[in-house]
Each structure stands twice: as structure tokens, then as C-alpha cells.
Design a protein around this ligand. Structure first.
Ligand SMILES: NC(=O)c1ccc[n+]([C@@H]2O[C@H](COP(=O)([O-])OP(=O)(O)OC[C@H]3O[C@@H](n4cnc5c(N)ncnc54)[C@H](OP(=O)(O)O)[C@@H]3O)[C@@H](O)[C@H]2O)c1
Length: 287
């Protein structure tokens, strides 16, 4: 019996298995095509003869292949081995696929953790590397040492398998807010005759304010305390109106500034003018 098995020895699975071996765990490995196995065996891993053999060889098996759908297909070929075993699914996937996979494992007497790896393979084993995990709290505590070996900053975010896809969507949308802000900023610059290299050079100046935006959000949205903000909904609404007016005056496409301005005005209409802009989190989900 090994401490843990790893199925899938691509760029990421190999890094996971290698890091566990270096940290002193005994590791059994399996990969669909055999040519990736000898490198891990030379590092100290034991080669399983099949996916079912890998699962049977350890109390828990990390799976890191393509997506949850492929993991489910693979587990359907070895369902008899799942009873009393833990599957740690680290392949990427969507909400409904995560639900289907975890229900399959549970129905066969197994337990599960599902995670997103927020790093490249080269960062596996790093102190600050983060794997975001959903699982029952007892399973998280049990397998936390192994997961923390892979990413020292790993965190447990909930118990529902589909939460990870929502969390990914939230974080991705946050980044894309910035990306699309630059795209629409370029549109208004172009219409106003401002060279885009000047705009690009000035973006880092504007980025300097992002930590204080994050603090504004973190101090208000999670607590629901929107009183006495450093800048009120009314202040934001006025500035957003100015920006929208400029887009319109120079003839630039205005979808993004209009979205912002409309949202702030919903807050104003609801009587939130002296509250933080982040009070929109509470307001918009009521609709
Ligand atoms: N690489 C990254 O930077 C990174 C970062 C975060 C998350 N991830 C996630 O980690 C997972 C693996 O990524 P990777 O970079 O390691 O990919 P990769 O290098 O392309 O390796 C894919 C692995 O999955 C196996 N595989 C694919 N389909 C399979 C199937 N139907 N049944 C069994 N095995 C199958 C492949 O086996 P064969 O060798 O037989 O083809 C290979 O071992 C993905 O879900 C990815 O989104 C990767």
C-alpha cells in the first residue's frame, strides 16, 4: 500500500507525483500511455498496472487528466475499486460535471475532494502556491498535509463540488473586468485621437489604485457594512456619468461605461447614495 496514488502523468500530474515523492510520501502512479511512467518510477514511484490498480493501491488517489468528464469515464471503468477510497480530482471542469463525478464516487462508497490548481507545474510544491479545494471538512483536514505539500497556500472554500466552477467564474470575471476596461479605454482614446502607446504607458499609474479598490471591497462586501465609505455611491455615480458622457461625446462604443453607470443609478434609485458602491452586491442579486 502506498500513501497516495496519482493518475495522469502529463505536465501537471508528473509535477504533483514528483513533489509528493520528494516530500517523502510513497506514491503509486498510472498513466493511460505508458511512456510517461518510467521517469516517475526512477524517482521512486511504484507503477500500477491499471487505473483500478492505482486506486486500490492507496487510500487516496489524485486524478489530474483532462477534465471531470474524462475522469468520470475513467472511473466508470474501475468502479468496483472505489469503495472506501478517496478520489482527489484535480482535473479542470465545470459545475454540472463536478456534480456528476462526485455523485458517481459517493454512490460507489467512495469519498472525494475536488480542487483547482492555480499555478503552473513549475510552481507545484511552492509555499505560496494555491490549490482551491472543496470537500467535507473532515476530508479536507485528513488530506490537507498532502495538498499543502503541493501548494503551501492551499485553501478549503466549501463543501459543494459545483462551487469551484462558480469561484473560477468570479475570479476570471474580476480579471476580465480589468481586461475589458483597457479595451474600452482604448476605444475612447482612439476616438479622441490619443495614441494607444500613451494610454498603455499610463495604465500602470491607474493600476496603483487597485489595492485600495480591493480593500474597499474586502472591508464592505463580506461584512455587509456599507456605511461611511471613503467614496460613496453618489460620488461613483457622478464620475461614472462623466465617463459615459465622454464616451458618447467622442462617439465611442459605450456598452461598458453604460453598464457601470446604470448599475450605480440602480443603487441611487434604491436610496443608497451615501453607502459604499459595493452595496450593489446586496442590491443586484435581489432582482
Ligand atoms: N499545465 C498547467 O499549467 C495546468 C495548470 C492548472 C491546472 N491544470 C489542469 O491539469 C490537468 C492536466 O493538465 P496537464 O497540463 O498535465 O495536461 P497534459 O500535459 O496535456 O497531460 C494530460 C494528461 O491527461 C491524460 N489524459 C487525457 N485524457 C485522458 C483520458 N480520457 N483518460 C486517461 N487519461 C487521460 C494524458 O494521458 P496520455 O499521456 O495517455 O495522453 C496525460 O497524462 C488539466 O485539467 C489542466 O486544466 C494544468
Amino acid at each position: 500500500m502506498s500513501d497516495i496514488s496519482v493518475i495522469g502523468l502529463g505536465a501537471m500530474g508528473s509535477a504533483l507525483a514528483s513533489t509528493l515523492i520528494k516530500s517523502g510520501y510513497t506514491v503509486t502512479v498510472w498513466n493511460r500511455s505508458s511512456e510517461k511512467i518510467p521517469s516517475l518510477v526512477s524517482q521512486g514511484a511504484t507503477a500500477a498496472t491499471s487505473a483500478a490498480d492505482a486506486i486500490a493501491s492507496s487510500p487516496a488517489t489524485i486524478i489530474c487528466i483532462k477534465s471531470h468528464d474524462q475522469t468520470l469515464e475513467l472511473l466508470q471503468t474501475c468502479e468496483a475499486s472505489l469503495n472506501n477510497k478517496t478520489i482527489i480530482e484535480l482535473s479542470t471542469g465545470g459545475a454540472s460535471e463536478a456534480d456528476a463525478l462526485t455523485q458517481f464516487v459517493t454512490a460507489r462508497g467512495g469519498s472525494w475532494l475536488v480542487g483547482i490548481i492555480n499555478a503552473y507545474p513549475t510552481a507545484i510544491g511552492g509555499e505560496d502556491t494555491v490549490l482551491t479545494i472543496v470537500a467535507e471538512p473532515t476530508l479536507w483536514e485528513k488530506w490537507r498535509p498532502h495538498i499543502s505539500t503541493l501548494g503551501g497556500g492551499s485553501i478549503h472554500v466549501g463543501t459543494n463540488a459545483s462551487m469551484l466552477a462558480a469561484l473560477f467564474a468570479a475570479l476570471f470575471t474580476t480579471r476580465q473586468g480589468f481586461m475589458f476596461g483597457m479595451l474600452y479605454g482604448a476605444l475612447v482614446c482612439q476616438k479622441a485621437g490619443i495614441p494607444l502607446d500613451n494610454f498603455a504607458k499610463l495604465i500602470p499609474v491607474s493600476m496603483g489604485v487597485l489595492p485600495s479598490y480591493h480593500k474597499y471591497f474586502a472591508d464592505t462586501a463580506p461584512t455587509g457594512n456599507f456605511d461611511n465609505p471613503p467614496a460613496t455611491m453618489a460620488t461613483y455615480a457622478a464620475a461614472l456619468d462623466d465617463a459615459l458622457k465622454t464616451f458618447d461625446e467622442v462617439g465611442a462604443p459605450n456598452e461598458l461605461p453604460k453598464l457601470f453607470s446604470d448599475a450605480a443609478h440602480k443603487g441611487m434609485d434604491a436610496g443608497l447614495e451615501d453607502k459604499a458602491l459595493t452595496a450593489l452586491v446586496a442590491l443586484l442579486n435581489q432582482n
